[in-house]
Design a protein around this ligand. Sequence first.
Ligand SMILES: Nc1nc2c(ncn2[C@@H]2O[C@H](COP(=O)(O)OP(=O)(O)OP(=O)(O)O)[C@@H](O)[C@H]2O)c(=O)[nH]1
Ligand SMILES: [Mg+2]
Length: 366
Amino acid sequence: MKVVWRDLPTVLTEEEVLDKAFSRAKKAADRVDDPVKVFRVRKQLVRMVQTSSDIITTYLDETMRTWPSLDRMPLFDKAMVDACVGCDDYRHHLSMLKWGGKQVGQIGKQNSVKIVRSGRIEVMHDARKEAYGRLSSIMRRVGSSLDWLHEARMTLRTLPVIDSLSPTIVVCGAPNVGKSAFISTLSTGNMEVNHYPFTTKQIHVGHFKHRRLSHQMVDTPGLLDREMESRNQIELQAIAAIEHVGSLCIFLMDITEKCGTPLEDQLNLLEEIKGLLPEIDMMVVISKADLMEPLPGNWDEVKAAESSWDGEGEPMIPVLLDEEGCVTISATENVGVEALRLEIVRRCKENMETGPMELPKGWHRN
Ligand SMILES: Nc1nc2c(ncn2[C@@H]2O[C@H](COP(=O)(O)OP(=O)(O)OP(=O)(O)O)[C@@H](O)[C@H]2O)c(=O)[nH]1
Ligand SMILES: [Mg+2]
């Protein structure tokens, strides 16, 4: 249940499609062999018309089918499409390919019949020429849709890939509080690096497995760390999209203010995000525990429990708590992270729990 935009093949231009079709058609015609001229010419021309229209129809149909259908994609991806390229345009341009494919198929049939039914070589040549002219004019109308899809693909392929059936942890907070470091420490394997098309910042997507269930963590730089007034419509839509996938939102705070954002501003941001994502379970976590003086009271206990747990059985690791009693972690020293992971798993499970008669989020009834 995920859309992998990076797998979409490049979209050819109008000229490229026509070149491909006409050159294949010519090769097919060259292979015709018949000693009687009128038969030979007829066969050659029919092949040219049929091959070129087949190549174009196949290309347009396949492209249309390879692109995920808006009605069947998860809400997150649909909201991202809307935010990045627009759902109406997306639908329109794909339907243009469908229309084009159908027209081209008809031209192929009609003009082949004209060639077959005629006994005069000039008439046959005229029908072939007419077919090529009509194919080109259909392609001229489809061309701008191909160009649009080409551009849209470039934009969409930078988006993070999110599986709507797996628990998703959205990581937010002011710039520099340690979001990426946190995701990286918690991830097994490499983090993916993506972009939202409207920010220049890198988004990190990390994964970890707990009892074979994959959990994914997504970064939100440039999206949830700015003032409301400076956000545009597209960013607001992207934020709405996050609401669809988040099982849990972790708000990271750097109380040492090493990140450059005063504590008060970070608290204001927290309130704002709560307002933006009212449906998501929000968990506040203090980052950079290793910089605290003194260190959190149960630092040694948590560190020992984390290093002695082998990942089997019921873990007994308490979360790391600062002197105010807030959950904290050190991503750089890797203390409190494993404890927090277990807490995350528990909270996600609780948040994703569905009744026995209810289908899980993202499932569609057939
Ligand atoms: N001492 C200490 N430094 C940390 C910790 N986590 C992150 N940092 C440092 O804080 C700085 C910012 O970390 P990032 O992970 O890039 O922060 P971010 O929130 O992803 O930043 P943006 O993506 O720019 O919003 C880096 O210099 C990190 O090395 C931590 O647990 N302890
Ligand atoms: Mg970052």
